[in-house]
Design a protein around this ligand. Structure first.
Ligand code: ADP
Ligand code: MG
Length: 680
């Protein structure tokens, strides 16, 4: 049997207990073991002399043991082990706690390599809890040593040794997994060199070469999978061919002309809709770029071709707002449009369901929940979901149970840097509305600290006196709605006192939907001047008279989120402001605030945010939809990702199903790795 596929238990020195421990790290086969990549490395290629050691540094020293290790009992279950060592330049004391093993390992007058943190006090040098290794022929020169993620009871040394044993047994016989032509073209190292040097790098250059190849391979496989997935959707599903409908009538109902970006994106959508392939397209557009109208026009085309349409929003408030916008247009066109949300009465709901079934309703607007309900259509043709700031959560699987082969359009307001978008949405076609309607003003943004609070309050009152409205947003406190509600209440008390003559109200997640809706309505009708809320308002309310957005504890928000929130103002013709109150001395926070002050461009902001925080924090939550990588790290590997995306496009462009012999290795790997997603 193939040695790599063998159970680790057959490896020398690994018994049943050890096997269980290794299994807990996800290591089952020899292959798993050798692809359990280090999380970090220690550079032991440079040795220092004892007289050069500096307090606090991590170093590698070559020493001779001056005696046996002494054991000192400090108290029950706590033993200190001490060893005096020396080199040509001085002496030092090594100390360990509860390390019985070292006592038997060290032999007086033998030479050892110690890797430790230095403590140097009053001329006395101590090496704290060193890693130790006897010096022999194999390790005289010092090395770059791998550090692995471990669980309890597994030590770095034992895992290193096992990997070493496996690699020496394999002895360069791991079969190559990348096609030779790719290895040559991109000057990549072969698989055996790479795996050997990722664990035990021969030199720094060797490590970089090994890592580059493994990252390249991992990203290439992902990117190819996404492209194949995309081709799979579009080729296998026979979609509806919508008619070539003139849009003159609906455009005549709008009070403005479409931007060039809106026109271009609509053309891309129309091309999908008119073709017999199934549309699976993402529309990315900054807040206020006018996605709703684009949706309304795409829906119009579907309706005029004889189909029903659905538009789903992430919250009831937003669904309601889309409904108002679209209904006002469709009323003029004699098209029927209904709203279905949680608060719709039972009777209304029954009515709507009935009319959907018999085809009386052209457009249904609601929350994402509507497709889970027992909703039946006479002839559904187009489904649009508005995800706002949510990432990568695709509704396709749910949709496809309900109705096969409908065209799907997803709208998102999150400007994701292009390279990341290709991973998150790599299986979709992407259109970008990269232009705001003319006449939009820049929203002046100021980041302030607590000492300017009074001035800010005066500024708010002044704006209210001039007839404008103000949002104040507080962050969620520790993910707890209950605690947050309290802090919103406190904030309400504070501002009601400070903002003399202003009508201040609060809104938070703990409130009943009915009450929330009522307050939003009141704010919309200008019965409220200042609205304090948690981020529930972030998802798209449209109150053009609101000109000031104040964000409390702005340091707790991601930049993408701050940008979303800021987009709530500046919707009318009046000059608007965003004030970021922050409470932190961190340099990173200051830099992030400065980014918000300097630009209103969502793509620029997301790119900067990515640079400042790295992809993990950039997305904030685990549900970002980015895959877990074994070795790639999108933050440092962006350059490789860019190359890989080109390579993947080229491969699939020339050989759409990987049928060419030269790509057979890739095909085999993908077949195994993504058997749940792809049919190859
Ligand atoms: P988004 O959903 O992309 O954040 P909306 O669709 O809510 O943006 O549009 C924001 C505002 O801009 C709405 O009031 C809308 O009527 C208006 N709008 C949309 N397109 C245009 C345009 N081409 N010219 C002027 N105003 C527009
Ligand atoms: Mg189509």
């Amino acid at each position: 049997m193939d040695f790599l596929r063998q159970d680790i238990q057959y490896l020398k020195g690994i018994g049943p207990n050890r096997k269980i421990l290794l299994n807990s790290l996800g290591i089952y086969s020899v292959y798993d073991l050798i692809t359990y990549y280090p999380r970090d490395y220690e550079d032991r290629t440079i040795f220092k002399n004892i007289n050069q050691l500096i307090d606090g540094e991590m170093v590698c020293v070559k020493v001779v043991a001056m005696s046996r290790v002494q054991e000192v009992r400090i108290r029950k279950n706590l033993y200190l082990y001490k060893l005096a060592v020396q080199d040509d330049t001085g002496t030092a004391i090594c100390t360990w706690f509860n390390n019985k093993y070292v006592k038997n390992y060290v032999i007086p007058n033998e030479q050892y390599m110690m890797y430790a943190k230095v403590s140097r006090k009053n001329g006395r040098v101590e090496l704290l809890h060193p890693e130790y290794e006897k010096i022999d022929e194999n390790n005289k020169t010092g090395r770059i040593v791998p550090i692995y993620h471990l669980t309890e009871k597994i030590t770095q040394n034992s895992l290193r040794k096992e990997i070493q044993i496996a690699l020496s047994k394999i002895n360069g016989t791991i079969p190559e997994s990348l096609p030779q032509y790719i290895i040559e073209q991109y000057n990549l190292s072969d698989i055996n060199f790479s795996i050997n040097n990722i664990h035990f790098p021969y030199s720094k250059q060797a490590f970089i070469k090994a890592r580059t190849r493994l990252v390249f391979e991992e990203l290439l496989e992902l990117q190819l999978m996404l492209l194949l997935l995309k081709n799979g959707y579009t080729n296998s599903l026979q979609g509806i061919q919508f008619d070539d409908i003139s849009t003159d009538e609906i455009l005549g109902c709008l009070s403005f002309n479409l931007t060039n970006a809106q026109k271009r994106v609509l053309e891309e959508i129309f091309e999908d809709m008119e073709s017999n392939k199934c549309m699976n397209r993402l529309i990315q557009g900054d807040v206020g770029s006018g996605k709703t109208v684009v949706a309304a026009i795409a829906m119009y085309k579907a309706i005029k071709s004889g189909y029903q349409t659905v538009l789903m929003a992430p919250t009831a408030i937003l669904a309601n707002q889309h409904y108002q916008t679209i209904k006002s247009i469709y009323d003029k066109l004699g098209l029927s449009c209904e709203l279905l949300v949680g608060s719709t009465t039972k009777k209304e709901k029954e009515n709507i369901l009935q009319n959907l079934k018999n085809g009386q309703i052209d457009a249904l607007i609601g929350t994402h929940a509507i497709l889970e309900d027992n909703v039946e259509f006479e002839k559904l043709g187009l489904v649009i979901t508005d995800e706002q700031h949510r990432f990568g959560v695709r509704q396709r699987s749910k949709l496809s149970d309900k109705t096969q082969n409908v065209d799907v359009l997803i709208m998102t307001a999150t400007p994701i840097p292009r390279t990341l978008a290709l991973i998150l949405y790599g299986d979709m076609d992407v259109s970008v509305i990269d232009e705001l309607p003319a006449g939009r003003q820049k929203i002046d943004t100021f980041a302030i600290t607590k000492d300017k609070e009074k001035r800010l309050n005066g500024f708010i009152v002044k704006n209210v006196q001039e007839g404008h409205q103000v949002y104040i947003v507080c962050p969620l406190v520790e993910d707890s709605e209950a605690i947050t509600a309290k802090s919103v209440e406190k904030m309400l008390e504070y501002y009601q006192k400070e903002l003399v003559g202003c009508k201040v109200m609060a809104l938070h997640g703990k409130m009943k939907n009915k009450d929330k809706k009522e307050i939003m309505e009141k704010f919309k009708n200008h019965e409220i001047d200042v609205l304090i809320s948690t981020t529930v308002i972030e998802v798209g309310v449209d109150v053009p008279n609101a000109t000031v957005m104040v964000i409390e504890n702005a340091e707790r928000f991601g930049l993408a989120q701050l940008h979303q929130l800021r987009g709530r103002v500046g919707r009318g013709s009046d000059k608007s402001y965003c004030i970021l109150k922050y409470d932190s001395f961190s340099e990173i926070v200051k830099k992030r605030m400065a980014v918000m002050e300097s630009t209103n461009n969502g793509f620029e902001i997301s790119q900067k945010d990515l640079e400042l925080r790295g992809p993990g924090d950039f997305f904030g939550t685990k549900q970002h939809g980015l895959p877990d990588f074994k070795i790639a790290n999108l933050f440092v590997d962006m350059k490789i990702l860019n190359v890989v995306q080109e390579v993947a496009n080229k491969i699939i462009g020339e050989d759409s199903n990987l049928e060419d012999e030269k790509n057979s290795l890739l095909k085999n790997t993908l077949k195994k790795k993504y058997s749940d997603k792809l049919e190859l």
